[in-house]
Design a protein around this ligand. Structure first.
Ligand SMILES: C[S@@+](CC[C@H](N)C(=O)[O-])C[C@H]1O[C@@H](n2cnc3c(N)ncnc32)[C@H](O)[C@@H]1O
Length: 231
């Protein structure tokens, strides 16, 4: 089925949020990183400015900057309305109000869109989608990230997730996925099965992080290669 922009509700986060969501310390930030489902986040743009190494993967990168900007503006009111309706699902400490949230997300998405065309030509924004085999050799990256995509979109199914994680682990020495809640701020129904699937051949942990916007959403799933794992 073709990937259609009208089905995407773009919403981008920034480097400070990524650092907090994934416990990225100074040494992590120096690693070669691939971010899956990176969408309109400004993580890649801000990391590139710091001379760091990030590649972003997302099917929305097939669209033009103008098409994406049009979609950001079209969905903005809808997302803000939904957030207001579910205001109790969120902690308003790091981000203090709905107004501040809207400003932060629009700033991140504008930063992304201003970097998009250049980043595409530099191979930093790549239009590919999981669970397809991506165009990189085994273990090309130290660290793979997924923010607000895998596990959260549990409706994509367990098989989709298992295949996606297998591909991420083919490419990366370690992967981190945040959050481990679903879209309704409940523990994702596929989490336990995913842990079971990978814990025999990999090192699997759930770790606390320094970010909790969705109430209860302050943990990430970390999966690392151990010496036994075959890729
Ligand atoms: C809610 S956004 C999160 C964006 C960004 N990671 C952030 O946290 O700011 C989810 C992203 O997942 C992307 N996505 C959906 N299906 C995908 C797939 N099969 N492979 C890779 N990315 C996908 C969407 O296009 C969207 O940009």
């Amino acid at each position: 089925m073709a990937f259609e922009l009208k089905n995407v509700v773009p919403w981008g986060r920034n480097l400070d949020e990524y650092a907090k969501m994934f416990n990225l310390n100074q040494s992590d930030l120096k690693k070669s990183i691939i971010s899956f489902g990176d969408g309109p986040a400004s993580f890649n743009k801000e990391m590139t400015e710091l001379k760091r190494n990030v590649v972003s993967i997302d099917p929305i990168y097939q669209f033009t900057r103008d098409e994406l900007l049009h979609r950001f503006n079209k969905t903005r009111d809808l997302v803000i309305e939904q957030t207001k309706r579910n205001i109790d699902h969120y902690n308003w400490t790091y981000i203090k109000s709905v107004h501040e949230l809207e400003k932060a997300r629009m700033t991140a998405m504008m930063d992304f869109s201003n970097d998009f065309e250049l980043g595409k030509t530099q191979g930093r924004y790549i239009c590919q989608e999981l669970p397809n085999r991506l165009d990189f050799d085994n273990l090309s990256f130290d660290l793979g990230l997924s923010s607000h995509f895998l596990i959260m979109y549990s409706q994509l199914g367990l098989d989709f997730h298992i295949l996606s994680l297998i591909e991420m682990l083919r490419l990366c020495k370690e992967i981190r996925i945040f959050p481990i809640l679903d879209l309704n701020s409940k523990k994702s129904e596929i989490l336990d099965d995913l842990i079971k699937e990978f814990q025999t051949d990999f090192i699997v942990d759930i770790l606390k992080v320094g970010y909790e916007f969705q109430k209860g959403g302050n943990e990430m799933l970390v999966i690392k290669h151990n010496n036994k794992a075959a890729i």
